[in-house]
Ligand binder design. Structure first.
Ligand SMILES: C[S@@+](CC[C@H](N)C(=O)[O-])C[C@H]1O[C@@H](n2cnc3c(N)ncnc32)[C@H](O)[C@@H]1O
Length: 208
């Protein structure tokens, strides 16, 4: 879903180059810290901000829509969290090559676009080739945590994970929110408010 255009969004992102980075420098102090977390499709940033305030580490958030990323960036600046969170205005497919200089402990996919029409399933973040690319960014014992309210995306993700030979550590159809280890994104708050079940999957690389 496209957010309404905000005239201040792009100038704001450009003015905050310390937070909204254009490229990855793996030798920077930021990326030398650990654990490392990546969220793909951060929306307006509630999840990444709550996680970073509860669980120290280095958080990188990707978002391809400048109008929502600017809202997230403003929240990070207001919370003075630029040391813990960096953001990129980019599509995952375009960022993948430069991200592969890093290894993440946890990669979050929260309420990714469901692309309901079958002819668009190739665009889903968990499509098997893209999912294999995401997995290649993990530390050996790292994990991918997926949440969605969309049953089709949930089933699809399980099938793609099987096809990629991943270990499905958790797959649950009515995830009870675990506030000690998790945070709520804008979409999760909205869907829980509507009483929708939340599906959750945790994936790891198979130990050889
Ligand atoms: C349905 S929204 C969910 C936002 C947020 N994760 C949440 O749970 O509230 C999906 C977001 O992912 C972003 N997105 C989708 N595909 C992406 C991609 N390939 N790379 C970066 N961002 C992406 C969209 O622009 C959108 O803001």
């Amino acid at each position: 879903m496209r957010a309404r255009k905000k005239s201040w969004a792009e100038p704001y992102l450009e003015a905050h180059g310390e937070l909204v980075i254009g490229e990855i420098d793996p030798s920077s102090d930021f990326f030398l810290s650990s654990p490392k977390y990546l969220e793909i499709g951060i929306g307006k940033g509630d999840f990444i901000l709550q996680m970073a305030s509860a669980h120290p580490g280095c958080y990188l958030g990707l978002e391809r829509d400048s109008n929502v990323l600017a809202v997230a960036a403003k929240k990070v600046v207001e919370a003075s969290f630029e040391n813990r969170i960096h953001l990129m205005l980019v599509d995952f497919d375009d960022a993948y090559e430069s991200l592969s200089q890093l290894r993440f402990d946890v990669i979050f996919l929260n309420f990714s676009d469901p692309w309901p029409k079958k002819r668009h399933w190739k665009r889903r973040l968990t499509e098997r080739k893209r999912l294999a690319n995401i997995v290649s960014l993990l530390e050996d014992d790292g994990e991918i945590r997926v949440k969605t309210d969309n049953q089709s995306l949930y089933q699809f993700t399980l099938e793609e994970a099987e096809a990629d030979g991943l270990d499905i550590v958790v797959s649950e159809e009515n995830y009870e929110f675990d506030s000690a280890h998790d945070a709520m994104s804008e979409y999760e708050s909205r869907f829980r408010g509507l009483g929708n079940p939340i599906y959750r999957i945790i994936l790891k690389k198979k130990v050889k």
